[in-house]
Design a protein around this ligand. Structure first.
Ligand code: E4P
Length: 221
């Protein structure tokens, strides 16, 4: 499974990259706003800065919701860097735009996906990635992991090449569950990724190894 980090925070992107397991980055307008990135020039510079840190797909979301606007914005974003993936919302004009981008060889990420039907449409339109939002489904008492499993089954039935990018990951367990049901990619916060490291028996075991080593070294003197 590929690991993407879901943030526009450059320090966190750097930290995840240095950790050695990062394959890509996803952003969205809310994440950009959280970092105080506003205005065309700054937004574009920020995407370029992210691309300098990570050599992998970087999702950049369009703001337009009409076909012509999505195409114009998406083409501009795609020209910024070879790793930019144009993130397009799951709406009627978004699907039309996905088809256009697919035909032009521009990589896409269909975002705000909450049902298997929407995921099927994204695959039919040739999206590179489809982003089902697990955490937001969980928030409304709907099983997000079941949706990932359903999409996996459908895509495998027909050999769709669209990659399932499990999004809106809220915690470490989500990552494990997504891996179990066969998501191709997960995008989550740094905390969820780092959480994979933790087990109390690892800490206890290491402490014991080091203490035994110290004892043996002392008695050998
Ligand atoms: C996906 O690409 C989105 O940026 C993201 O995962 C949304 O997650 P949230 O529900 O935590 O905002």
């Amino acid at each position: 499974m590929k690991f993407f980090i879901d943030t526009a925070n450059l320090d966190q992107i750097r930290e995840a990259g240095d950790f050695g397991v990062l394959d890509g980055v996803t952003t969205n307008p809310s994440l950009m706003a959280k970092e105080g990135i506003t205005g065309d020039k700054n937004v574009i510079q920020h995407y370029l800065d992210i691309c300098k840190i990570v050599d992998g797909p970087v999702s950049a979301e369009v703001i337009s919701t009409d076909y012509k606007g999505i195409i114009k914005e998406g083409e501009k974003l795609a020209k910024l860097h070879k790793n930019i993936v144009v993130k397009v919302p799951m709406i009627k004009d978004g699907i039309k735009a996905l088809r256009y981008f697919t035909d032009k060889g521009i990589k896409t990420n269909c975002t705000l996906v909450f049902s298997a039907g929407q995921a099927l449409l994204a695959a039919k339109a040739g999206a590179t990635y489809v982003s089902p939002f697990i955490g937001r489904l969980d928030d409304i008492s709907t099983n997000g992991i079941e949706l990932i499993a359903q999409i996996r089954l459908i895509y495998d039935n027909y050999g769709y090449e669209t990659e399932i990018l499990a999004a809106s990951i809220r915690h470490t367990m989500h990552i494990i569950q997504c891996a179990e049901v066969g998501a191709d990619v997960m995008t989550g916060p740094l905390s969820a990724i780092m959480g994979l490291l933790n087990h109390p028996l690892t800490d206890i075991g290491l402490e014991k190894f080091l203490a035994d080593h110290k004892k043996a070294a002392a008695s050998a003197k």
